[in-house]
Design a protein around this ligand. Sequence first.
Ligand SMILES: Cc1ncc(COP(=O)(O)O)c(C=O)c1O
Length: 364
Amino acid sequence: MGNFTRRGVLTAAISGAAAATLTGNVWSRTTPPPSLIRLSSNENPYGPSPAALKAARETAARGAYYSWDLRTAFRDVIADGEGVDRGNVVISTGSNEALCAAAAAWGKEGHILAPSLTYSSHLMYARRSGVSVKTLPLRSDLAIDLAAMADAVTDDTSLVYVCNPNNPTGLPLDGAELREFCREVGKRATVLVDEAYNELAEDPSAATVMDLVKNDENVIVTRTFSKVYGMAGMRMGYAMGRSDLMEKLRSYVMSWPSAIALAAGIASYGDDEFVAFSRKQIDDGRQIVNDCFRQHGLSPLPSSSNFVYVDIGRSAAEFGRQMQNSGVQIGRVFAGYPNHIRVSMGRLEDLRAFSRIFGEVYTA
Ligand SMILES: Cc1ncc(COP(=O)(O)O)c(C=O)c1O
């Protein structure tokens, strides 16, 4: 029988079945098939970094063991890097989990206030869990209306959600204005600032409100490894805030990131070379996409993130279908903005193809 053992046959059958499933159903939902250019989910296809992949491979080999030590190490790395204590950091499985945990914890005490057009996965989760979420329109220039949000805070508001830069507009808030808002509103409700794209800001340290966290203000900041670090599929995020806020948040977090994600996160954090490389690809990509829109007389919003939002003056849903039929997947349509499309940055060669295909579909 030689090497043709029962165990060998079983392994071959299992991996054959898994391979069939991956190509047939699952794989196309995680990694786009080569025939599809995916510009829909604000990922960074240049990641994970070489250091993250090396750490992930080495850690996978030790996957038999729980990840306690890595969790402590991860919190220490973030705490050291951000200049806070370990107790000011909560680990989450992607930042979405920290956002959902905040929505659940604070939602028990009152309603959540948020802009009407913003990242909303956790807000939908909150609503499904019976939490009241009140939304306020953006300003006419599509910026978040901080003044209206401050006015709308009542005794019944428990959490105010602000995403900076906002998704899907890509527009950043003025750092000083946001700080003032957080200080003032923080006296009445906890302010949750989602900084998923902070590393892509022109000046990340001017854009962040981490100085308020260090000052023990009533502010929580969330960050992720899904964007500039290119680890969206690995699910690694964290929140930072005053220790009492973090204790409350931690008690609502439900899952533990895998050892692989923790190790990859530790290896990625502060990898200035990879961050600079990714920022450059994203900057160059935005240039290609913005040039394409402008060539067709469109006015993309000035984005400081890895996606661009633009009014195309016609049904975005229909246009998205036409692009998909031509092999390009763009972002979903957001309620209230039926003529806007959101295009995420991809590999530069894919964005050049996008540019050509956009022209064909738009002028057809
Ligand atoms: C603003 C914002 N916050 C949070 C998330 C959640 O990302 P993750 O759970 O991958 O960290 C996203 C994802 O697109 C986002 O755009």
